[in-house]
Design a binder for this molecule. Structure first.
Ligand SMILES: Cc1cc2nc3c(=O)[nH]c(=O)nc-3n(C[C@H](O)[C@H](O)[C@H](O)COP(=O)(O)OP(=O)(O)OC[C@H]3O[C@@H](n4cnc5c(N)ncnc54)[C@H](O)[C@@H]3O)c2cc1C
Length: 265
């Protein structure tokens, strides 16, 4: 067993359950801190055909983070802020690792102080503009603010504010997804689309994945069942709400919004 893959001993007992109160068993666990570590872990486990359960903060109520044997890959220690930019409309887009906790993000945004260690020059320039701009906030509120952004993206979290802002999906502009074999997809909203129900995606290692999407029609009411699919859909939307079944979210880019005090948010 590698240093990052540890046996699932009693000290990790709490990671066998989430807020659903369901509990399960695993044979090993890891707490990667970088995307490269996630990829290496997945590559090792894939070679051994070990099933993987992905975890964020384990606040989910549907037992998606509860293992059924195999390995637990817990992303809660991947909590760096990676950079900032503005889109053509001037909206701030923040790049974070999946383990960033919602309550922490809210604090940082309200203080207008983000951890900028390791940021490139372009991000630092956007950060100066961010500090001079009206206060920004992130709209999605799944009630439980100890949730991680990766977990929120993975289950397309919603909550009371969804009546005004929709669920998590429209606020995600970029995703990195580490696939089961350790290869990586780098997805940017607006860049890769399905042709009808067929999706062709090129991985970081240069492989082309040809995916036939399910043919069902999504209901127009709120629906959290099954993969999100639509004709000619943006590829990124397939991975939002997939609950960790298609890969591990290792990076997200989220769109911030100007705070509107009169909305009470
Ligand atoms: C009191 C309470 C109230 C709640 N109210 C709401 C509500 O109103 N609306 C709502 O939507 N939710 C609600 N929730 C549920 C919960 O807060 C959300 O589901 C939360 O967004 C999950 O985030 P997490 O980090 O805890 O993820 P986890 O619970 O750890 O995981 C959730 C799912 O995402 C997957 N996952 C986690 N991280 C990753 C990753 N990096 N890559 C790929 N897959 C991953 C897991 O495998 C699992 O399937 C509530 C929870 C509580 C405790």
């Amino acid at each position: 067993m590698s240093a990052t893959i540890k046996p699932f001993t009693d000290e990790f007992e709490e990671y066998g359950r989430d807020e659903s109160r369901a509990s399960g068993e695993a044979s090993s666990i890891s707490f990667p801190t970088t995307e490269d570590e996630v990829r290496a872990i997945l590559e090792t486990l894939h070679a051994e055909r070990v099933p993987v359960t992905v975890q964020g903060a384990r606040t989910g109520l549907a037992a998606g983070a509860v293992p059924h044997g195999g390995h637990i890959l817990n992303t809660s220690r991947m909590n760096r802020y990676l950079g900032l930019r503005r889109d053509e409309q001037g909206q701030f887009l923040l790049r974070v690792e999946p383990g960033v906790v919602l309550s922490e993000l809210r604090k940082q945004l309200s203080k207008k102080v983000l951890p900028t260690a390791g940021w490139d020059q372009a991000s630092l320039e956007a950060y100066e503009e961010f500090q001079e701009s009206p206060e920004q906030f992130f709209p999605t509120d799944p009630t439980e603010a100890s949730a991680c952004l990766g977990g929120m993206a993975a289950c397309n979290a919603s909550g009371a504010r969804s009546y005004a802002y929709g669920p998590m999906r429209p606020h995600i502009t970029g995703l990195h997804v580490a696939l089961a074999d350790g290869d990586l997809l780098e997805l940017q909203r607006g860049e890769a689309f399905a042709q009808g129900r067929h999706l062709s995606l090129v991985t970081a290692e240069g492989r082309t994945l040809e995916l036939d999407l399910p043919g069902y029609t999504m209901p127009e009411t709120k629906n959290a069942s099954g993969y999100f699919v639509a004709d000619d859909m943006d590829a990124i939307d397939l991975f939002i709400g997939a609950c960790g079944t298609l890969g591990v979210i290792t990076e997200l880019e989220i769109a911030l919004r100007r705070r509107l005090r009169s909305f009470g948010v």
